[in-house]
Design a binder for this molecule. Structure first.
Ligand SMILES: [Zn+2]
Length: 265
């Protein structure tokens, strides 16, 4: 009887102090020098965390609630809730190199924004674990000097597959012909010559179609293979971003900054 009471108390204590691991996707100011973090946790999906007083210089959490870092957070988890008070936070990975470089840090913001806009709150959200793993790989790759355009394009490609908007790159999206000669963002994939003519879509170079197909099929997990086999251009990334916006209505605002700073057509 005593043993079971003790184990019950222990179970309650465990439940009351949940340690979560995840990425800080966003930080917004909140009343009384506090902030609200959007946190993609490995354990419970996307949740909001209120970090009380985190904007005060004296706060122990001040330097630990930085977006695009990996953190360990202590909260009281309860089923069904998606907003919590942050009891304690510590940084697991700062991604120093990624944050010091303007192109890489802008890329990390694009990744976080896409993840935030696609993953719904809570554990029920589909694919949050896959998106979590993708961010983990992308941030590690950015930190280790990986190619920004390749990383971003493969991240977009993964997101499009998870959320069912991957481009059709095996045949003409209209007639099913295997002889393709154009890519249409609006139609969501390849077109044959006659369908392209009918829809007034200009033909695309075969090498560009092949690269787009490869990137659409690939994942950030294949980064090492892709970086050796093809050169991803700014235009490739822009095509993926535009496909996401056209087929979901989701606008990636941080890509605007990336474009203004780094667009080389
Ligand atoms: Zn066709």
């Amino acid at each position: 009887m005593i043993i079971s009471s003790v184990s019950m108390v222990m179970a309650v204590q465990e439940k009351m102090n949940d340690v979560l691991h995840g990425f800080i996707l966003k930080q917004i100011d909140y009343k009384d020098a506090s902030v609200i973090l959007t946190f993609l946790s490995e354990e419970y999906g996307k949740i909001s965390l209120v970090a009380n007083g985190a904007r005060k210089a004296s706060s122990k959490n001040a330097g630990r609630v930085i977006p695009y870092t990996k953190a360990q957070c202590l909260i009281d988890y309860q089923d069904g809730r998606t907003m919590y008070t942050l009891k304690n936070v510590s940084t697991i990975k700062t991604y120093k190199n990624m944050h010091m470089d303007l192109e890489k840090s802008t890329a990390s913001a694009i990744i976080a924004e896409i993840a935030d806009k696609f993953v719904m709150n809570g554990e029920e959200s589909e694919y949050y674990k896959d998106v979590y793993a993708c961010i983990d790989q992308c941030y590690a790759c950015l930190e280790n000097g990986g190619d920004v355009l390749t990383i971003l394009t493969l991240f977009c490609s993964d997101i499009m597959k998870y959320f069912g908007i991957a481009a059709d790159v095996d045949e003409c999206v209209h007639c099913g012909s295997r002889l393709v000669s154009a890519l249409s963002i609006k139609e969501g994939g390849f077109l044959c010559k006659s369908c392209a003519l009918l829809l007034n879509v200009p033909c695309t170079d075969l090498s560009d179609l092949k690269r787009f197909r490869l990137l659409s099929k690939a994942s950030i997990r294949n980064y090492d293979v892709i970086i050796k086999s093809c050169h991803v251009s700014y235009r490739d990334l822009k095509t993926f971003i535009e496909m996401i916006t056209v087929h979901t209505g989701i606008k990636i605002t941080s890509f605007g900054l990336f474009e203004r700073l780094f667009a080389i057509e």
